[in-house]
Ligand binder design. Sequence first.
Ligand code: SAM
Ligand code: DTB
Ligand code: SF4
Length: 316
Amino acid sequence: MDGVRTDWTREEVAALFALPFNELLWQAHSVHRQHFDPAEVQISTLLSIKTGGCPEDCGYCPQSVHFSTGLGPEALMPLEDVLAHARKARARGATRFCMGAAYRNPKPSQLARITEMVAAVHELGLETCATLGMLDEAQARELKAAGLDYYNHNLDTSPAHYPNVISTRTYQDRLDTLSAVREAGLKVCCGGIIGLGEGPEDRIDLLHTLATLPAHPESVPVNQLVQVQGTPLAGADAVDPLDFVRVIAVARILMPRSRVRLSAGRKQMSDEMQALCFFAGANSLFYGEQLLTTPNPAADRDRALLSRLGARPATA
Ligand code: SAM
Ligand code: DTB
Ligand code: SF4
């Protein structure tokens, strides 16, 4: 299978994490160059099309009704507003537009409106991605038929740590949605969050789970927790930047053909840390001032960073 393996053992994953830092980075960068142009970075833009009021209790998330974060529930955004954001993202060089909704799972009337948005964004020539919570296969097929390219659904952390972070759904629920999305022929965007109070074993288990799915996710977002006041995880221990880089490097080695996305948390990272992440194999990012509800680095700052690194946006 041209060097792509889905039979990694946990011991192999643990051994990669245990490598000396430079050895790990050298291996990861070598794998990266075999599969990608190391100067290319894929650019995605996020839009929250339905903010707040989510019934789930993910301990990191400012949009849960269970926590007081000052974010009130908003209605699903009108189609024209979504299109205006998508046009702006396209004009700024994004090749993928990701629409996020604070749902446990979409209801039929909501999905009907969202399929219209997907079709309209697809018409603009952008790759489309959505993240709407749990889906069954019929819903995934509906989205695929409308022109959806990717579905984002993160495993977030290890199976063992998951119940410490979220009580309103199980790890198996997440895996079931991922398999429904695959069965419907959508590309999968699936990753996790570093900084949820997990230990080294949980990071090994998260990456082992991702790399042994029946097929690797085409996109692997690696988020650093954005701590939001009012959420249970505000005040969690900060992540050692070098440990974050290790996660990127191990993800690159395990899933050599996937786009590894340096995702939430970049505003809290130095340029040097981000440069190390790109060397370690990250080759995608979220671009634009806002993630879903929290700030992202300013677009001109990111343009300057890519230019200082001699990197260029990938074409779709
Ligand atoms: N409600 C849907 C779901 O959870 O699948 C879609 C939207 S949800 C906000 C998308 C992803 O954003 C989550 O799975 C999580 O990985 C990430 N996320 C949410 N809040 C975050 C935070 N404070 N820091 C980093 N990542 C976060
Ligand atoms: C992903 O892995 N990260 C994005 C996207 N997929 C949907 C979301 C990050 C959200 C960060 C917190 C916020 O802005 O609300
Ligand atoms: Fe809801 Fe998604 Fe936030 Fe969890 S991460 S509370 S499911 S919006």
